[in-house]
Design a protein around this ligand. Structure first.
Ligand SMILES: C[S@@+](CC[C@H](N)C(=O)[O-])C[C@H]1O[C@@H](n2cnc3c(N)ncnc32)[C@H](O)[C@@H]1O
Length: 222
């Protein structure tokens, strides 16, 4: 058992180092997942929750989502990311505005908000959970953080999307399998609010098909 835990610990650090060096060695134009501030995520968030809502961006990297929401008047924003380089770069970019965001540098599974969040956002992070154990661990963290009747906005590679992201294997989904996996967690009950297949054009010009889903948590079957 000790060996297994140690191996997990080591491989987790190796993946974390992978991401940190990707950010250290590459500008945004060299990272396939870079998108403009006018993202589908910011559009859906603005349509769904008021400016008073608490929003966590999970595995947020150097994404412009939180800076864009901050500019739009959202004030309860948390950036969760285990690459210190990415987090510090975004803080530096935001300058004195950075203090309006809560920053957590570490594994998303170690993040515990002091109060429930209204909306959990994840673009291109959940799909890296490849085995039952890491999927369950991720879902545990999500359910611990999101308030009853809160939202999860997830974007993963679609079934027709790429098989790897940043050189790592990914699990691909459609809207049906995403809502099913959310509802497979203990007595969870999520309802789809909306979903969309979205083609992301990378900075180098290739296309990646994503599945977006916005789901709402309900505590019982009506
Ligand atoms: C493909 S990038 C997407 C970044 C961002 N969500 C976006 O859309 O621009 C995946 C991100 O997830 C982060 N990440 C992966 N696993 C993580 C974990 N267990 N805890 C925190 N961050 C993680 C990586 O460091 C990286 O920033």
């Amino acid at each position: 058992m000790k060996d297994v835990q140690q191996q997990f610990h080591q491989s987790s650090h190796a993946v974390q180092d992978h991401w940190d060096s990707r950010y250290k060695q590459n500008g945004d134009q060299s990272l396939s997942w870079t998108e403009s501030a006018q993202s589908l995520s910011q559009q859906w968030i603005r349509e769904t929750v008021p400016r008073s809502a608490s929003i966590a961006d999970i595995g947020a990297g150097r994404s412009l989502l939180l800076p864009t929401l901050l500019r739009a008047g959202y004030r309860d924003l948390t950036h969760v990311e285990w690459s210190q380089s990415a987090s510090k770069a975004l803080q530096h970019q935001l300058s004195d505005q950075a203090s309006n965001i809560t920053w957590f540098i570490g594994d998303l599974n170690l993040w515990q908000p002091s109060a429930f969040v209204d909306l959990w956002h994840d673009r291109a992070v959940f799909h890296f959970q490849m085995d039952h154990r890491s999927i369950q661990q991720y879902l545990h963290s999500l359910h611990r953080a999101v308030r009853p009747s809160g939202y999860a906005l997830l974007a993963t590679f679609h079934l027709d999307g790429p098989e790897t992201c940043s050189g790592l294997p990914v699990q691909r989904y459609d809207a049906h399998s995403l809502i099913s996996i959310l509802n497979d967690f203990r007595d969870a009950n999520w309802k789809e609010v909306k979903s969309q297949i979205w083609t992301h054009r990378t900075p180098s010009g290739s296309e990646q098909i994503f599945q977006y889903i916005l789901a709402r948590r309900t505590s019982f079957d009506p």
